[in-house]
Design a protein around this ligand. Structure first.
Ligand SMILES: Nc1nc2c(c(=O)[nH]1)N[C@H]1C(S)=C(S)[C@@H](COP(=O)(O)OP(=O)(O)OC[C@H]3O[C@@H](n4cnc5c(N)ncnc54)[C@H](O)[C@@H]3O)O[C@H]1N2
Ligand code: MOO
Length: 430
């Protein structure tokens, strides 16, 4: 039985669409993930080191732990023994004595410092400095890495909301963590429509190569989720309904991405079937070009949404950036993004409607990247170079997007040379 879906907002613009998408889901549950799985994930809670870092006094050099001024009596110990001994097992060093130590080895109690190997000379069991050794080598604490110098016990290792990098993981490992609390990764189902769409080879006239299937999983991964199921179906109402019902029940996925079929022709079934199935239509179209027919709905079940990506490839990619990316940020526990402003080197002529257009950072002579003085600054105050519009950016085209660093918002009115426009960076640009 078809229920009447709740229609919320008529035709939001791109900025309203981002806000609606970001406001919908709750952040996903927190899971303890092994460190190796954490790079790229968002830390869900601030974590504090359970030990001082480093956690014991160690030598920064291969050489000799010494107690007091030279000469010293050299103890007869092998470096490997000293290096691998636990701190508590290392015997104290008596006054006037020296002992071999390796980099990272625990410093014995009683040691006043470390003398590096190349500055010391042993004759029998007598150890002395070589001629010309700098005076600094005898400073108290020389070449000793003191416990807690990097971080005291209980200091923050990383704060909630951090997107974890390999460096964060390395630091957390040093602090003794085996796992970190991160948000569960979003599970996304992809349903592609289109009788004319083929997956491999050269398409015949009337056919198109599938522009979505090979890249949507990677796009979703860049946004912090995983495509857990992916099907291609024909332009058929029953198949469309069955495919959506198959993935949306039972809490298995957080988001269903459909491609194509958002139109109102007899061959377009996504719109009708989703409208019949959905608990809520957050928006059924956008006041945005390209990407005008993009839909965003909440499907039956605890927490499962649907984004209807239009079939035109650039329109679909714009909808990914405007609707899916903010939605995924919230799932990951990230705050809504701050919209960047950039300058357009050559400006832009006015158009009938506002357009989100592929653009790139300009590399032309006279327009220097990161030159804040010449090219302006973005809203966050960071230096930002001027941008130029890409060529070949019709709604069915991908060539311009393939050269782009972001989507700039061109207003209907003309933009003067070096004029400011809003810009949404693409998630694969660095
Ligand atoms: N009479 C009207 N026609 C159209 C309108 C309109 O308002 N009135 N809107 C246009 C706009 S805007 C868009 S965007 C598209 C939306 O189309 P659908 O979402 O219904 O998608 P389809 O009709 O299935 O396909 C449109 C186009 O995209 C190609 N396509 C589909 N899937 C793929 C794929 N996986 N890889 C590459 N290309 C794909 C398909 O072959 C069509 O060329 O409607 C306009 N028309
Ligand atoms: O969404 Mo369409 O032209 O706006 O591609």
């Amino acid at each position: 039985m078809s229920r009447e879906a709740v229609h919320r907002c008529g035709s939001p613009d791109w900025e309203q669409a981002m806000a609606i998408a970001a406001a919908q889901p709750a952040p996903l549950p927190i899971v303890e993930a092994p460190l190796a799985e954490c790079p790229g994930e968002v830390l869900a809670r601030t974590v504090h080191t359970p030990i001082p870092i480093p956690h014991f006094d160690s030598s920064a050099m291969d050489g000799f732990a010494v107690a007091g001024p030279p000469p010293w009596t050299l103890e007869n110990e092998l470096p490997t023994e000293t290096g691998s001994m636990a701190r508590a097992e290392v015997p104290a060093l008596g006054a006037g004595r020296a002992r071999v130590i390796v980099t990272g080895g625990p410093v014995p109690a009683g040691a006043s410092g470390i003398v590096r190997r190349e500055y010391a000379q042993a004759t029998g069991d007598r150890l002395d400095l070589i001629a010309g050794c700098p005076d600094t080598e005898l400073e108290t604490g020389r070449h000793i890495r003191r416990a807690g110098r990097e971080s005291a016990l209980g200091e923050a290792v990383a704060t909630a909301g951090t997107v974890l990098t390999p460096a964060h993981i390395a630091y957390a490992a040093v602090a003794g963590f085996d796992t970190l609390p991160v948000r569960r990764r979003a599970r996304v189902a992809v349903i592609q429509t289109g009788d004319e769409v083929r997956g491999t080879g050269i398409p015949a006239a009337g056919e198109v190569r599938d522009a979505f299937g090979p890249q949507l999983p990677a796009y979703v991964r860049l946004l912090g989720g995983d495509v857990v199921s992916q099907v291609r179906i024909g332009d058929d109402a029953a198949q469309t309904r069955a495919a959506i019902e198959a993935v949306s029940g039972g809490n298995a996925v957080d988001l269903v991405l459909t491609t194509g079929g958002t139109g109102r022709s007899a061959a377009d079934h996504v719109r009708r079937e989703v409208e019949a199935l959905a608990d809520e239509v957050l928006f059924g179209e956008l006041d945005m070009r390209p990407g005008h027919p993009t839909m965003f709905t909440r499907l039956p079940g605890a927490a499962c949404w649907q984004v209807g990506l239009p079939g035109n490839p650039l329109a679909a990619m714009v909808a990914m950036r405007v609707v899916v990316q903010p939605f995924m940020r919230t799932l990951r526990g990230l705050p809504p993004e701050v919209i960047e402003t950039v300058r357009l080197a050559d400006g832009a002529p006015g158009a009938r409607v506002q357009r989100l257009t592929p653009a790139r950072r300009s590399g032309r002579p006279g327009v220097t990247l990161g030159d804040a003085g010449a090219a302006g600054t973005d809203q966050t105050g960071a230096a930002s170079g001027a941008w130029e519009l890409c060529d070949k950016t019709g709604p069915n085209m991908l060539r311009g997007l393939s050269h782009a660093d972001g989507l700039v918002v061109l207003p209907a009115s003309p933009v003067a040379p070096r004029g400011s426009v809003s810009c949404l960076r693409l998630p694969w640009t660095t």
